[in-house]
Design a protein around this ligand. Structure first.
Ligand code: AMP
Length: 218
């Protein structure tokens, strides 16, 4: 089962993907997380990515596509994967089709998460990450037990460098102009599953993930 998580920043793609990963036993591949790890470790890929990621801009397609191609060829993707943060534009979506065709497989489900914009801004500003184990918290939806300290590591949480209002605006603009057409592309292929995820309707990541799993296992 090959699943793609789509939705604007802060809708909860990573959280839903993490829950699906546990239930479906598939690897969760977050391109943003791979870039951040490479940036932190100072690899060649990280040196290229940092110029774009720190500004809230997309890393060039040739770099991103190559990275995804290599990752999907790894053994743990044999029974499927959950892609989070890729594809982000039509060129990437078409490249993914090629990569999957070479692997004799295809996109089975695209989960499209929708959250009202006001809530998105509030959520992204409340996002915190453990610099050590990378666990993601939210000071509104998913707080640590004590202050801003990681429950697992006891380390002080930090905010992502691109989680500022200024950079979020750039990232949301890119989402609307470049990534939304990808959702339409998959809609034409009949694989999109739309999900509302919002405090206003009391629907959170856990319920969304449970419903998806129930349908897949039905
Ligand atoms: P994310 O954690 O998904 O918000 O990604 C963080 C940053 O990583 C983005 O702002 C981009 O700079 C980069 N990035 C992640 N995925 C992609 C992608 N599919 N294409 C280009 N850049 C990406």
């Amino acid at each position: 089962m090959n699943i793609i998580m789509m939705g604007a920043q802060g809708t909860g793609k990573g959280t839903v993907a993490g829950l699906l990963k546990n239930e479906l036993n598939l690897p969760h591949i977050s391109t943003g997380e791979i870039f951040r790890k490479n940036i932190q470790e100072g690899t060649e890929l990280g040196k290229i990515a940092t110029k774009y990621a720190d500004e809230g801009k997309l890393v060039p397609d040739e770099v991103t596509n190559e990275m995804v191609k290599n990752r999907l060829a790894e053994d743990d993707c044999k029974n499927g994967f959950i892609l989070d943060g890729y594809p982000r534009n039509l060129a990437q979506a078409k490249e993914l089709d090629k990569i999957l065709a070479e692997l004799n497989t295809k996109v089975d489900m695209v989960v499209n998460l929708n959250t009202p914009t006001d809530e998105i801004v509030e959520r992204v500003m409340a996002r915190r990450e453990c610099p050590k184990c990378k666990r993601v918290y939210n000071m509104i939806l998913n707080k640590p037990k004590n202050g801003e300290i990681c429950d697992d590591c006891g380390v002080e949480l930090t905010s992502r460098v691109d989680d500022t209002e200024e950079k979020l605006k750039i990232r949301l603009d890119t989402f609307h102009t470049q990534t939304k057409p990808v959702i339409d592309y998959y809609r034409e292929h009949g694989v999109v599953r739309d999900e509302e995820i919002s405090i206003s309707i009391n629907r959170f990541a856990k319920e969304v993930a449970e419903d998806i799993v129930a349908d897949i296992k039905a």
